[in-house]
Write a protein that binds this ligand. Structure first.
Ligand SMILES: Nc1ncnc2c1ncn2[C@@H]1O[C@H](COP(=O)(O)OP(=O)(O)OP(=O)(O)O)[C@@H](O)[C@H]1O
Length: 582
């Protein structure tokens, strides 16, 4: 039975592929009948059943319907594609385990009917969904957004706890937290009530003219005047009295409230501080991560650097994340600025930047949870590509050679693939795009990566390079020691020569060597330039086509590694220059 269900998972994924990627451009790795072989991009399995499918920003088209036949699915994330069609009625019957459904920024139509107690996150903003929201029965959803669709009708009581931003951009939706449904019609009623019709105006004129024609005696006029004055005076006394009474009440209650806040505050703060210390602070896409689950997850060390160790953690639901455990020596304090920086990093979302999904800043533990990049780092690619390792492996006993493969994958998943010229250019371009995005991100002061080196350029499921681990190093206590420089002998001589560097500074810009200057966007460009020179001057490039281009790329590297920071190009200029080679 299980075997048949596995076969069904494969069949459903392949029928999704047929409509989503008809040209076989993105889902090329979806081949054969085993989605759990580890080679199908975006697919995560647990006990050989598909539990997660993440293919954001993948230019997919067609219908998502086949995917809802995956009965073990927990996470479905297909944001920013061009998916069309409607969503089927989702119930516990078909999708009993679905926890996260992220289909924002697509072209989905039809109505929303989802009754799933298991669902914790529903994001379908920026689609063309229509109809009401009464079909959403989601008692446990904590992350919800249906904004910028064509939904209409009243927001149900169950959903009214979400902020207005979760519903905005739907012309026809009304009711808390949006303006009330009756308000528009009441307003128009009021308008008709107060705006006099021509007929009523006519009759008012008639009656006033008839009054003026009536002769009223002086005594009567005096009596009317006095009674009017009396009414006004009484009214004034009542209003002043009420004002004084209300003012007194307000002051008493405010005093009481202030006193109670003062009394509660220390406790409350302590409690919050404690809770904060124990829990994860989650950002977009990490909403259902929990610290206890993370600590229980089976983990494997990916590597250890100056800033701490990184683990590959497989959570209960089969989701894989990378957890960076910051070294207590380098990051001993628990400062507010660190929290502010993490919140900033958690907001940065770009296909070429590894997303921070959550973090924990407790006194005894600082954990950063990132998307896991399954194809290792540029460092591992360069190493597994190196002649030394290949020739060494040739001379070794088969068993030892196999263990060398293992070592490479420990060091970040070295694939052993040949790094051809085109891949090198694409990796550099991806990293430059990620860096340019970080540099241009709006923030109070310019954002800086401060740790650019090949082990922080990671390769995602689709083979794209992404920039990782940025913005942390400025909190390291021994910041300058921790800055990216490389153990002598590792950076290729070609790169050192091209950069005109005689001393072994590695990726560290010369202005940072005295230990007084803080890293800047210019020093990031320097580090990137060193990486670029290393990638393009590698003796292993044996692609004849590349010969003419190498010199052009070296020129870019030399510009980036100019001695004077102000002479270096900006990251976005580097992107433009690199694009000429692609
Ligand atoms: N999100 C991730 N997905 C997959 N592998 C990762 C991820 N983050 C880091 N790694 C890999 O884990 C290994 C260890 O990374 P780590 O950041 O701890 O050390 P480092 O980059 O060598 O040094 P530093 O501490 O200076 O950053 C590296 O090979 C890195 O490529």
């Amino acid at each position: 039975h299980e075997h048949a269900l596995r076969g069904r998972d494969a069949h459903l994924l392949l029928s999704f592929k047929a409509s989503a990627d008809p040209c076989n451009a993105v889902l090329r790795s979806w081949e054969g009948h085993d989605p759990c072989s580890g080679s199908w991009i975006g697919v995560t399995c647990y006990r050989r059943r598909v539990v997660s499918l993440r293919l954001d920003h993948s230019s997919l088209t067609g219908s998502v319907t086949p995917l809802f036949g995956l009965t073990r699915l927990r996470v479905l994330s297909l944001r920013r594609n061009a998916l069309t069609g409607s969503l089927p009625h989702l119930t516990t019957l078909n999708n009993p385990r679905l926890r996260r459904l992220s289909l924002s920024h697509n072209k989905l139509r039809g109505t929303l009917n989802v009754s799933l107690p298991s669902l914790a996150s529903l994001r379908v903003e920026h689609n063309q969904l229509s109809g009401g929201v009464e079909g959403l029965r989601l008692p446990n959803v904590s992350d919800f957004n249906v904004s910028s669709n064509q939904l209409s009708g009243k927001v149900t009581d169950l959903l009214s706890k979400f902020p207005a931003s979760a519903f905005e951009g739907n012309q026809g939706l009304c009711g808390s937290p949006l303006p009330g449904c009756g308000e528009v019609s009441r307003l128009s009623d009021d308008t008709t009530a107060v705006s006099p019709s021509p007929a009523s105006l006519q009759s008012a004129t008639d009656s006033s003219s008839s009054r003026s024609s009536t002769k009223v005696g002086f005594t009567a006029l005096l009596a009317i005047g006095i009674s009017d004055l009396l009414v006004i005076a009484i009214g004034l006394v009542v209003i002043v009295g009420m004002y004084l009474w209300l003012r007194k009440k307000l002051i008493t209650s405010l005093n009481g409230a202030a006193a109670s806040i003062r009394e509660l505050e220390p406790d409350k703060l302590q409690r919050e501080e404690k809770e904060k210390g124990r829990s994860l602070i989650c950002f977009e896409g990490g909403e259902d991560l929990r610290l206890d689950c993370l600590l229980k997850a089976s983990a494997e060390v990916l590597g250890k650097g100056i800033s701490g160790s990184t683990y590959r953690a497989v959570l209960e639901d089969g989701i894989i994340v990378a957890v960076k455990r910051l070294s207590a020596v380098q990051f001993p304090s628990h400062c507010k600025a660190f929290d502010r920086q993490m919140h900033l990093i958690g907001r940065v979302r770009h296909p070429r930047v590894v997303s921070l999904r959550a973090y924990c800043n407790a006194h005894e533990e600082k954990l950063l949870v990132y998307d896991f990049m399954p194809n290792g780092s540029l460092l591992s690619l360069l190493q597994s590509n190196s002649k030394f390792l290949r020739t060494a492996k040739g001379r070794l006993q088969p068993a030892i050679a196999r263990s060398l493969d293992g070592c490479l994958s420990c060091a970040g998943g070295g694939s052993g693939r040949t790094l051809d010229w085109m891949s090198r250019k694409q990796i550099l371009m991806g990293a430059a795009e990620g860096l340019a995005f970080i540099h241009a991100f709006p923030a109070r002061s310019p954002l800086v990566h401060a740790n650019i080196k090949p082990s922080n350029i990671l390769i995602d499921e689709q083979g794209n390079a992404c920039i990782a681990e940025w913005g942390i190093m400025r909190f390291a206590s021994n910041f300058h020691q921790a800055m990216p420089h490389y153990p002598s002998g590792c950076l290729s001589d070609g790169a050192m020569f091209a950069a005109g560097t005689t001393t072994r500074l590695g990726y560290r810009a010369p202005e940072l060597v005295n230990g007084k200057e803080q890293p800047t966007q210019e020093s990031d460009v320097y580090s990137f330039g060193m990486v670029l020179l290393e990638v393009v001057t590698d003796k292993e490039i044996d692609d004849a086509e590349s010969e003419g281009e190498v010199m052009g790329m070296v020129k870019i590297g030399m510009m980036c590694t100019a001695e004077r920071p102000e002479e270096r190009p900006k990251a976005n200029q580097v992107v433009r220059m690199l694009s000429d080679f692609l």
